[in-house]
Design a protein around this ligand. Structure first.
Ligand code: CO
Length: 134
């Protein structure tokens, strides 16, 4: 059911420093910061030839990234995003297999303007999984 790896997301304590490191030390193509108020994050996308890296920084007091950075002050792997063709069909199939969808279970618009859902990390070996309809 899942398709390509769309991106890996890393929560970072200093967005500018992390973006500079990918740009200068790793020589990657780094985008501009984008605020995503619906998700409580500011993101920077890094384009690799085979996937993307999403740097996540908290936006607002209720950002889910605040608690993540409290537990992981140096930053860390936050989630992995897989592509699906039909997010509703994928969700219904996953729920039928016992997986839990975060939030109200309805897709939200993600950082690329496409519908996304998050699956409970406890149901996926401790890894938060994002599905994006492409
Ligand atoms: Co993501």
């Amino acid at each position: 059911m899942i398709g390509r790896l769309n991106h890996l997301a890393i929560a970072v304590p200093d967005l500018e420093a992390a973006a500079d490191q990918y740009r200068n030390a790793l020589g990657a193509k780094v985008g501009e910061p984008q605020d995503e108020p619906d998700h409580g994050v500011t993101v920077v996308f890094i384009e690799l030839s085979n996937t993307k890296i999403e740097l996540l920084y908290p936006l607002g007091e209720n950002s889910p990234i605040n608690s993540f950075l409290e537990k992981n002050p140096a930053g860390g792997m936050h989630h992995i995003c897989y592509e699906v063709d039909d997010i509703i069909q994928a969700r219904d199939h996953l729920v039928a297999t016992g997986a839990r969808v975060l939030g109200n279970g309805e897709p939200k618009n993600g950082a690329h303007g496409k519908p996304v859902l998050f699956l409970h990390p406890k149901d996926f070996n401790g890894c938060l999984v994002e599905l994006e309809q492409v």
